[in-house]
Ligand binder design. Structure first.
Ligand SMILES: Cc1ncc(C[n+]2csc(CCOP(=O)(O)OP(=O)(O)O)c2C)c(N)n1
Ligand code: SF4
Length: 286
């Protein structure tokens, strides 16, 4: 496979120069590196600029409600475990509206990869503060500055024993694509937070982030929970990128279901006949 394999004809709606293009390139590159055919992949999203990414990839796509990508992705993976399932979401969609789903996905451990385009704003709705906007930052809505602390979601993921927790940068396409390859290979929930400056509404230009981004030192051990927690906290002066944490193996959500169905996934079963559904519904009505 080549990254071009995943290109389609859908017209792109992002602003010229948007750093989301870097994430799109990294996703296509990672899928090619894994030699996955488009029909073997399902990209799932909610609403937002980040959530448009699946529109621009030739693969299976499910685009649902704001913040609700994770439950859909979890269901898709349970129904058809052969699919590689990725969620692409924003910090608003994924950590705000969908924050509750992410928290419980950390408990359920579905075998999906969640890629968060973290531009520290609600960009599609014109730049309001999001759960990751720093305190004091002035936005289109918070004229005098954001007053509440940003959410520490990577630290939360580590505390919950998430098997793969990483931070990438939209401007480091090769590095990000390599992170995504490893995240997809990991069996269980993988969370990849991607620093993604918004060139239209963001307070700081990509150059501000570029100066602060630094790859994790080669001697960082991702199994070292205490070190990972230190690196996960929102950082303004140095922004470390790489695999922060790899938790111990845990039972994967779909496996619980496969145990109950003797290993048969929903996608492999014969469709239920209409009169069988009618008779089951009739039993509930009694
Ligand atoms: C239930 C609901 N609430 C609010 C909205 C309006 N809305 C659409 S996109 C969006 C913000 C998305 O922000 P984020 O997830 O950070 O993605 P970005 O656009 O920054 O990539 C909001 C609030 C909506 N579509 N549905
Ligand atoms: S508003 Fe920001 S995040 Fe959205 S497309 Fe434009 S530059 Fe990209």
């Amino acid at each position: 496979m080549e990254p071009e394999t995943y290109r389609n004809e859908v017209e792109n709606q992002w602003c010229p120069g948007c750093t989301n293009f870097g994430i799109l390139a990294a996703v296509r590159k990672a899928l090619a590196a894994l030699d996955l055919a488009p029909h073997e992949v399902c990209l799932v999203s909610g609403i937002g600029q980040a959530a448009k990414l699946p529109h621009y990839v030739r693969s299976n796509v499910f685009n649902g409600l704001h913040g609700r990508a994770i439950p859909a992705a979890t269901g898709i993976k349970v129904a058809n475990p052969a699919l590689t399932v990725l969620v692409t979401t924003g910090d608003g969609d994924g950590y705000g509206e969908g924050g509750n789903h992410l928290l419980h996905a950390l408990r359920r451990n579905p075998d999906i990869t969640v890629v968060v385009h973290n531009n520290e704003l609600y960009a599609l709705t014109k730049g309001q503060g999001s759960p990751t906007t720093p305190v004091g930052e002035k936005t289109r809505l918070q004229f005098t500055g954001v007053e509440i602390e940003p959410i520490e979601i990577l630290a939360t993921a580590i505390v919950h024993g998430c098997g793969f927790v990483a931070r990438g940068y939209a401007g480091e396409i090769d590095h990000l694509s390599d992170l995504l390859v490893q995240a997809i290979r990991h069996r269980g929930l993988s969370l990849v937070d991607v620093v993604q400056p918004c060139v239209t509404w963001g307070e700081r230009p990509p150059a501000w982030y570029r100066e602060r981004i630094e790859k994790l030192p080669a001697d960082h051990d991702p199994r070292d929970r205490a070190a990972a927690l230190g690196l996960a906290a929102s950082q303004r002066e140095r922004i470390p990128i790489g695999i922060l944490y790899e938790g111990p193996p845990r039972l994967v959500f779909a496996d619980r279901h496969l145990k109950r169905t003797s290993g048969r996934a929903l996608a492999s079963l014969e469709p239920v006949k209409e009169d069988e559904i009618t008779s089951r519904l009739a039993r509930f009505r009694r």
